[in-house]
Design a protein around this ligand. Structure first.
Ligand code: SF4
Length: 392
């Protein structure tokens, strides 16, 4: 059995996603570790549901299904998917910082789960089989190839870790195990020509932790399995452990906020922590792009709000003192809060927050700016540079 790592006293541990975050912007990484309100998202929840249901299919004991019995797996897959869907929906709805739960994504979840099953069958050499025709014996064969399913993968010193989706046996035509395959299920967009460099590095890190933990390992390969179109993408390249340990050193917890690297690829991409970061809007203000996009972030004062209609008057602010203070500009905008955006505003008002608000991704294409279910509505609480911060 593969050794996926020893348990150790909790210390600073680096995962591939935290590593990527650090490389994108050290401040983003630092903020993500300050116990600030986590943001739920439909894409991430859909991924969790699909992952969990495939893992359930691999781990459940189906010995009561006869060797020749077919016409059961699609129904069983859907049952497990539904269970996980409801479980995830509850977690999502209990996360205060969340957009709208989209029931219509259920069909997508089914398609992704099916894509995962296609790839598992392909792994044992079966293509194009109608899933109604999967027998008990065939599924047990698939299950037998799974050496580990959804486990925490850690280095022996406890510094590097990752969530291993599937560790599968590669077998030859006589059924002898000739290697291990680390397969990472991906419900995101399929790559164009090759894996994105950060995904490639993530998979190689899993591979290299396994190699390091298991001296007598067989050949190990690693692939990203994209459930959307059942395509498998190999991650090939040098050992990344040394690089990962260097990143571990640099990412050790600090009370002083880490350096920000504002720019189009960091603040302009996805950063969930803008309400606590003074740098994105300073950067935008200085390069003249503040409030200029069709979907813009803003720090505002709320002057009027009708909780029935959701209509409001907001005043735009500009950064002062490196973005740590907000200066009202006198520019007032009509705005409309609706759906989850309106609820979130009501929650902030009920918390008796005084002062500016952070509004993320406001739709600015109409006269009345729209703050809908996709928007962040948060108290604006920038954390200053160079001052020790106490986690809440
Ligand atoms: S807003 Fe920009 S600078 Fe600030 S943490 Fe996010 S990515 Fe980094």
């Amino acid at each position: 059995m593969a050794d996926v790592g020893n348990s150790q006293t909790r210390q600073h541990m680096l995962s591939p996603s935290a590593w990527n975050r650090y490389e994108t912007c050290p401040r983003m990484y630092w903020l993500s570790r300050q116990k600030l309100p986590r943001k739920a998202g439909m894409a991430a929840s859909l991924g969790t549901v699909v992952h969990a249901s495939i893992e359930d299919l691999l781990l459940t004991d189906y010995s009561h299904i006869g060797n020749d019995q077919d016409n059961w797996l699609p129904r069983e897959g859907e049952r497990l998917l539904k269970e996980r869907w409801e479980e995830e929906k509850e977690i999502f709805m209990n996360t205060p910082r969340r957009p709208m739960w989209k029931e219509e994504k259920w069909k997508e979840a089914k398609r992704h789960q099916k894509g995962g099953i296609i790839m598992l069958l392909d792994h044992i050499g079966i293509q194009g089989l109608d899933h109604d025709r999967i027998t008990g014996a065939l599924w047990r064969k698939v299950q037998k190839h799974a050496i580990a399913v959804e486990g925490e993968l850690k280095t022996r010193n406890g510094r590097l870790m990752g969530r291993l989706d599937l560790l599968l046996a590669d077998v030859d035509s006589d059924g002898n195990m000739v290697g291990w395959l680390v397969a990472d299920l991906k419900t995101g967009r399929t790559p164009d020509r090759e894996l994105k460099s950060e995904v490639n590095r993530q998979l190689r890190l899993y591979r290299d932790i396994l190699l390091d933990n298991n001296e007598d390992h067989p050949p190990v390969r690693t692939e990203g399995w994209y459930t959307l179109n059942s395509s498998k993408w190999p991650a090939i390249g040098d050992n990344v452990l040394e690089q990962a340990y260097q990143a571990w050193e640099k990412t050790q917890p600090t009370a002083i906020p880490m350096q920000p690297t504002p720019g189009p690829h960091s603040c302009g991409g996805f950063c969930d922590w803008k309400a606590w970061c003074p740098h994105w809007w300073n950067w935008r203000f200085e390069n003249g792009t503040l409030h200029k996009d069709d979907f813009s972030d803003a720090v505002v004062l709320l002057h009027e709000f009708d909780s029935n209609s959701g209509s409001a008057v907001i005043e735009l602010c500009e950064p002062f003192e490196d973005g740590i203070r907000a200066i009202p500009t006198g520019v007032k905008k009509s705005a409309r809060f609706d759906g989850r955006g309106k609820e979130a505003l009501q929650e902030v008002l009920d918390s008796e927050h005084q002062g500016p608000l952070f509004l993320g991704s406001i739709m600015t294409t109409q006269n009345a700016w729209r703050i809908g279910h996709w928007c962040d509505v948060l108290p604006w609480k920038p954390i200053p540079d160079d001052i020790e911060y106490q986690k809440q």
